[in-house]
Design a protein around this ligand. Structure first.
Ligand SMILES: [Zn+2]
Length: 180
Protein backbone atom coordinates (compact mmCIF):
# COMPACT_ATOMS: atom_id res chain seq x y z
CA UNK A 1 0.00 0.00 0.00
CA UNK A 2 1.28 3.42 -0.86
CA UNK A 3 1.68 6.10 1.76
CA UNK A 4 0.44 9.65 1.89
CA UNK A 5 2.75 12.60 1.93
CA UNK A 6 2.38 14.45 5.24
CA UNK A 7 1.30 18.10 5.02
CA UNK A 8 3.80 20.32 6.83
CA UNK A 9 3.04 23.46 8.83
CA UNK A 10 2.41 26.22 7.76
CA UNK A 11 -0.34 25.16 5.35
CA UNK A 12 -3.93 26.35 4.97
CA UNK A 13 -5.12 22.71 5.02
CA UNK A 14 -4.00 22.49 8.66
CA UNK A 15 -6.08 25.54 9.61
CA UNK A 16 -9.47 24.31 8.36
CA UNK A 17 -12.40 22.91 10.29
CA UNK A 18 -12.97 19.48 8.74
CA UNK A 19 -16.36 18.16 7.65
CA UNK A 20 -18.15 15.15 9.17
CA UNK A 21 -18.19 11.93 7.16
CA UNK A 22 -21.76 11.07 6.16
CA UNK A 23 -21.21 7.50 5.00
CA UNK A 24 -18.52 4.91 5.75
CA UNK A 25 -17.64 3.76 2.24
CA UNK A 26 -14.80 1.57 1.01
CA UNK A 27 -13.03 4.77 0.03
CA UNK A 28 -13.17 6.00 3.65
CA UNK A 29 -11.91 2.62 4.89
CA UNK A 30 -9.00 2.69 2.47
CA UNK A 31 -8.13 6.29 3.46
CA UNK A 32 -8.04 5.03 7.10
CA UNK A 33 -5.76 2.10 6.23
CA UNK A 34 -3.45 4.32 4.21
CA UNK A 35 -3.33 6.83 7.07
CA UNK A 36 -2.30 4.03 9.45
CA UNK A 37 0.47 2.94 7.05
CA UNK A 38 1.65 6.55 6.80
CA UNK A 39 1.61 6.96 10.60
CA UNK A 40 3.55 3.71 11.24
CA UNK A 41 6.13 4.59 8.59
CA UNK A 42 6.70 8.14 9.92
CA UNK A 43 6.82 6.80 12.73
CA UNK A 44 4.11 8.42 14.83
CA UNK A 45 1.38 7.48 17.33
CA UNK A 46 -1.44 9.52 15.78
CA UNK A 47 -2.37 11.12 12.48
CA UNK A 48 -5.39 13.22 11.52
CA UNK A 49 -6.91 13.32 8.03
CA UNK A 50 -6.04 17.00 7.31
CA UNK A 51 -2.36 16.08 7.85
CA UNK A 52 -2.59 14.06 4.65
CA UNK A 53 -4.67 16.71 2.88
CA UNK A 54 -8.06 15.04 3.49
CA UNK A 55 -10.37 17.60 5.13
CA UNK A 56 -12.64 15.05 6.83
CA UNK A 57 -13.30 14.29 10.51
CA UNK A 58 -11.18 11.19 10.95
CA UNK A 59 -7.96 10.24 12.71
CA UNK A 60 -5.89 7.14 13.35
CA UNK A 61 -3.93 6.26 16.47
CA UNK A 62 -1.76 3.52 17.94
CA UNK A 63 -0.10 4.30 21.27
CA UNK A 64 0.97 0.71 21.99
CA UNK A 65 4.47 0.25 23.34
CA UNK A 66 7.31 -0.89 21.11
CA UNK A 67 7.58 -4.69 20.75
CA UNK A 68 4.03 -5.12 22.06
CA UNK A 69 0.93 -6.01 20.05
CA UNK A 70 -0.28 -3.10 17.95
CA UNK A 71 -3.53 -1.35 18.90
CA UNK A 72 -4.66 0.53 15.81
CA UNK A 73 -7.72 2.77 15.97
CA UNK A 74 -9.54 4.38 13.06
CA UNK A 75 -11.87 7.02 14.58
CA UNK A 76 -14.49 8.65 12.37
CA UNK A 77 -16.54 11.72 13.41
CA UNK A 78 -14.96 11.64 16.88
CA UNK A 79 -16.60 13.55 19.70
CA UNK A 80 -15.29 14.03 23.20
CA UNK A 81 -18.18 13.30 25.57
CA UNK A 82 -16.47 13.92 28.88
CA UNK A 83 -13.13 15.14 30.21
CA UNK A 84 -11.72 14.82 33.72
CA UNK A 85 -10.95 17.85 35.83
CA UNK A 86 -7.55 16.38 36.51
CA UNK A 87 -4.96 17.57 33.99
CA UNK A 88 -1.63 16.17 32.85
CA UNK A 89 1.26 17.63 30.95
CA UNK A 90 2.92 15.77 28.06
CA UNK A 91 5.67 16.87 25.77
CA UNK A 92 3.85 16.90 22.44
CA UNK A 93 5.20 16.78 18.94
CA UNK A 94 3.46 16.60 15.58
CA UNK A 95 4.25 14.89 12.27
CA UNK A 96 3.34 18.18 10.55
CA UNK A 97 5.89 20.09 12.67
CA UNK A 98 8.82 17.65 12.83
CA UNK A 99 11.55 18.12 15.45
CA UNK A 100 9.66 20.69 17.54
CA UNK A 101 8.15 19.83 20.91
CA UNK A 102 6.23 21.61 23.64
CA UNK A 103 4.78 20.83 27.07
CA UNK A 104 0.99 20.96 26.74
CA UNK A 105 -1.53 20.60 29.55
CA UNK A 106 -4.78 18.76 28.80
CA UNK A 107 -7.41 16.79 30.74
CA UNK A 108 -5.93 13.44 31.89
CA UNK A 109 -8.96 11.29 31.07
CA UNK A 110 -11.61 11.45 28.37
CA UNK A 111 -14.58 9.59 27.02
CA UNK A 112 -14.69 9.49 23.24
CA UNK A 113 -17.54 8.48 21.00
CA UNK A 114 -16.98 7.88 17.29
CA UNK A 115 -17.71 5.52 14.42
CA UNK A 116 -15.27 2.73 13.63
CA UNK A 117 -14.30 1.63 10.12
CA UNK A 118 -17.36 -0.65 10.00
CA UNK A 119 -19.65 2.31 10.66
CA UNK A 120 -20.50 1.11 14.18
CA UNK A 121 -20.93 3.61 17.01
CA UNK A 122 -18.28 2.99 19.63
CA UNK A 123 -17.32 4.63 22.89
CA UNK A 124 -13.88 4.56 24.49
CA UNK A 125 -12.39 5.67 27.77
CA UNK A 126 -8.79 6.83 27.47
CA UNK A 127 -6.23 8.11 29.93
CA UNK A 128 -2.51 8.83 29.86
CA UNK A 129 -0.82 9.16 26.49
CA UNK A 130 -3.89 7.98 24.56
CA UNK A 131 -6.10 10.70 26.12
CA UNK A 132 -3.56 13.35 25.13
CA UNK A 133 -3.16 11.90 21.64
CA UNK A 134 -6.93 11.86 20.98
CA UNK A 135 -7.24 15.52 22.06
CA UNK A 136 -4.29 16.50 19.86
CA UNK A 137 -5.85 14.72 16.85
CA UNK A 138 -9.33 16.20 17.39
CA UNK A 139 -7.69 19.64 17.57
CA UNK A 140 -6.34 18.96 14.05
CA UNK A 141 -9.92 18.39 12.82
CA UNK A 142 -10.74 21.89 14.10
CA UNK A 143 -7.68 23.55 12.57
CA UNK A 144 -5.77 23.76 15.86
CA UNK A 145 -2.10 22.79 16.25
CA UNK A 146 -0.26 22.15 19.51
CA UNK A 147 1.89 25.22 18.87
CA UNK A 148 -1.29 27.32 19.13
CA UNK A 149 -1.09 26.68 22.89
CA UNK A 150 2.48 28.02 23.12
CA UNK A 151 3.33 31.69 23.51
CA UNK A 152 3.10 33.73 20.31
CA UNK A 153 6.87 34.33 20.32
CA UNK A 154 7.67 30.61 20.46
CA UNK A 155 5.01 29.87 17.81
CA UNK A 156 6.46 32.52 15.51
CA UNK A 157 9.99 31.11 15.84
CA UNK A 158 8.80 27.58 15.04
CA UNK A 159 6.75 28.78 12.07
CA UNK A 160 9.70 30.71 10.63
CA UNK A 161 11.97 27.67 10.98
CA UNK A 162 9.33 25.44 9.37
CA UNK A 163 8.98 27.86 6.42
CA UNK A 164 12.74 27.63 5.91
CA UNK A 165 12.64 23.81 6.08
CA UNK A 166 9.82 23.67 3.52
CA UNK A 167 11.77 25.94 1.18
CA UNK A 168 14.82 23.66 1.47
CA UNK A 169 12.66 20.58 0.86
CA UNK A 170 11.17 22.20 -2.24
CA UNK A 171 14.62 23.08 -3.57
CA UNK A 172 15.87 19.55 -2.92
CA UNK A 173 12.98 17.93 -4.73
CA UNK A 174 13.38 20.43 -7.59
CA UNK A 175 17.08 19.64 -8.05
CA UNK A 176 16.14 15.97 -7.82
CA UNK A 177 13.78 16.34 -10.75
CA UNK A 178 16.33 17.97 -13.00
CA UNK A 179 19.05 15.59 -11.90
CA UNK A 180 21.48 18.08 -10.38
ZN1 LIG B 1 -0.28 16.65 15.10
Amino acid sequence: MTKYEIVLHPDQKLKKKCLPISEITNEIRSIGMKMLETMYAAPGIGLAAPQVGVLKRMFVMDCSEKNKASEPYICINPEIKWVSERKSVYEEGCLSIPDFYGDIERPSEIRLSCLNEDGESVEYYFDGLEATCVQHEIDHLNGILFIDYLGSMRRQIITTKMKKLKKQNALLSFSGTIGV
